[in-house]
Ligand binder design. Sequence first.
Ligand code: GDG
Length: 464
Amino acid sequence: MSGRLIAVSNRVAIPRDGQASGGLAVGVLAALKEHGGIWFGWDGKTTDSEPHDARVVDDGNISYATINLNRTEFDAYYNGFSNETLWPLFHFLLGFFKYDRHNFESYLRVNALFARKLKPLLEPTDVIWIHDYHLIPLAAELRRAGVTQPIGFFLHVPFPGYDVLRALPVHEHLLRCLCAYDVVGFHTQRDLRSFQECIAQPGIGGHILSDGRIRAGGRMFRADVFPIGIEVEDCGSLAHAHRDNPEVKLLRDSLMGRRMIIGVDRLDYSKGLPERFHAYERLLQHYPDNRRNVVLLQIAPPTRTGIRTYNEIREELEGIAGRINGRYAQIDWVPVRYLNRGYDRGMLMAMYREARVGLVTPVRDGMNLVAKEYVAAQDPDDPGVLVLSTLAGAAFELEQAVLVNPYDTDGVAAGIQTALEMSLAERRERHSAMIATLQRNDINAWRSRFIEALRHGHEGEQHD
Ligand code: GDG
């Protein structure tokens, strides 16, 4: 069976000339190029009136179909239910979790709107691939509208165990929505096991069959693990190509031989940034030889600025960085360089390569692509060391990183010290093992496996 691919995500990343895209966009675009199809989603704009029908822009065999959203509805669907309810819940961070049933109703209405605007664009042989927690009810809405094509869902964030999920008053509703898919994909075995645990609860009554398929809600579907990867060679070559970019040179010169530790994260509480800054301070306290000799470069572009918690974490970090610099800085050395902005992808890769340590310490993360990009961007002859949180999905694959628990301030400080002291032979050995893992499971393997599962899963069986 072959047909077009219809990718759906909250935002559509339309490629812009001369700008390298990263992460999910690369995988989705490569899949769309191979199969032809549509990328459908929100255009990033809001209106005070009724949203318009999908506007379609064609580029070769790919069409970008976008809609706008009503401002009030968007606020409740995106800032409210998606990011103040589901995001903290799925990251096990109940201290940040809020629930408001009006936001949930908007979430359902926006999903119904997506279904209404997408349906007229569909052809009978299409397969539909829906991305992430913003759109969990979309398949159920499409089914209600009579769509019978294969529909897959990939969750980019972790899936919590039942004892966490049940904090959400409407958890059973969402679990039933997930049963409307043909394939549900997660980053790790752990997420899959949590999902199976939730689906098997009496309120849903799902049965896990011996071949891993699930029977629930009068349907049969597959849930499986598809760990997202990266374009490994591309990271390395971008890093190399941007080596002499004037800003990269400026960075290199400014280090004056000091060793750099790099962190790159959206400014989000799940990324463990305050904990990381505290651990770096502990490093300077407990291993004083590092004073004057290391620099922490933290790049943290702001996101979700419509949500108060995100502005609070920004202020908190500025406070901690200021305190560390106030306590330790000397006339010619500032220990923390905290940059609250984003950089071009090539420049980012080159900065990864300049860093002796990649510090990736989320308190919870679905996968974490920065960890993988950092490894791929290194010079294989003189690679830096990845210090990685055990609570990131990437830790299940990158076993040769220095693994740390982000809540253990002394442990992270010790992990950074281990990385800084590591011999060249050991750095090379760990790096080449991790590169082999990344190559085996790159971004193309991820999207091919998912689409294969989606097409295949739909051929044999349907309803039980
Ligand atoms: C979600 C899940 C999962 C960051 N700063 C800049 C920049 N970035 C790029 C990185 C990387 C991407 O953004 C971030 O990806 P992560 O995976 O680290 O984190 P999330 O954004 O939270 O992504 C996560 C992912 O989905 C994929 O499934 O791994 O667990 O939370 O590619 O390089 N890119 C540029 N400038 C920046 O300043 N150009």
